[in-house]
Design a protein around this ligand. Structure first.
Ligand SMILES: C[S@@+](CC[C@H](N)C(=O)[O-])C[C@H]1O[C@@H](n2cnc3c(N)ncnc32)[C@H](O)[C@@H]1O
Length: 260
């Protein structure tokens, strides 16, 4: 069984893969965060990746802390006043406390003990602060007019990810996790993008398969030839498919009556 974050395995194009994911998802994320983040807002960006959202928060004048298992891709943010920390959110203490906004995108879906991580994230929110969780639901992934594109390869990729603790319906699961953590005014909605073959967003899907290729082939469900065929289809400019549904869950930590 694979232990740990599934994309922590060596892959020379991982930085590029993360950038393409940012390109695909950032407009939706920033439009949902815009009402919550402004000058002086204390923000914690969790599993910050390459840091586009932490950078966007800082550009809005927020006071930003960013954490990730691998902080090497976040160095550029230090010059923008972001406090960068390398930590494992499942075991290490989170830096700082009393945040106004804690945001994690495409992170919770990869950790095993999600309820405990949500509890940890809530613990560093100030009373009245907001937790924003964004994870995907894979119901729509690679859906085309003709049906799901290469369902064998899609299933093999998700099987490899599930081995490391990934949950394919985590976006929906986040709603229950937020409610169980005691957050109030919990609101959730989802967005799927239409992705064109050969576009930058399309390449995010190609690099997803390329990163997982060795593990998929080793698992034996599909061959490298099957993956080559899927990659070729994803480069076809005449093809369009649906992304995963990115579900945004926003909940508020109830005001602390004792502290009021
Ligand atoms: C799919 S990437 C998403 C990156 C970024 N949030 C985004 O949406 O562009 C998941 C990120 O979470 C980080 N991550 C995964 N497990 C983690 C953990 N246990 N503690 C801290 N960071 C973690 C990974 O290193 C990676 O940067």
């Amino acid at each position: 069984m694979t232990i740990g974050y599934v994309f922590a395995t060596p892959f020379s194009r991982e930085g590029e893969r993360l950038s393409l994911g940012e390109l695909l998802w950032d407009p939706g994320t920033t439009s949902r965060l815009a009402d919550l983040v402004g000058p002086g807002t204390r923000c914690l960006e969790v599993g910050a990746g390459r840091g586009s959202i932490a950078g966007w928060m800082a550009a809005r004048g927020a006071d930003v802390t960013a954490v990730d298992l691998d902080a090497s891709r976040l160095d550029w943010l230090r010059a923008r006043g972001v406090s960068v920390h390398e930590c494992d959110i499942t075991v290490d203490a989170l830096p700082g406390r009393r945040y106004d906004v804690v945001h994690a995108r495409l992170v919770l879906q990869h950790v095993r003990d999600r309820a405990e991580v949500v509890r940890r994230l809530c613990a560093v929110l100030r009373p009245g602060g907001h937790l924003v969780l964004e994870d995907t639901d894979t119901a729509t992934t690679l859906g085309t007019v003709q049906g799901v594109l290469r369902p064998d390869v899609r299933a093999a990729a998700y099987a490899v990810m599930a081995e490391s603790g990934y949950h394919p319906r985590c976006g929906l699961l986040d709603v229950d996790l937020a409610l169980r953590a005691g957050l109030v005014d919990v609101h959730a909605e989802g967005r799927a993008e239409v992705v064109g073959g050969g576009t930058p967003a399309g390449r995010w899907f190609v690099l997803w398969l390329e990163h997982l290729r060795p593990a998929m082939v080793a698992a034996g469900q599909v061959s490298s030839v099957d993956i080559d065929a899927a990659v070729a289809e994803l480069g076809d400019p005449d093809l369009r498919w649906l992304s995963q549904v990115m579900i945004t869950v926003i909940g508020r930590k109830a005001a602390d009556v004792l502290a009021a």
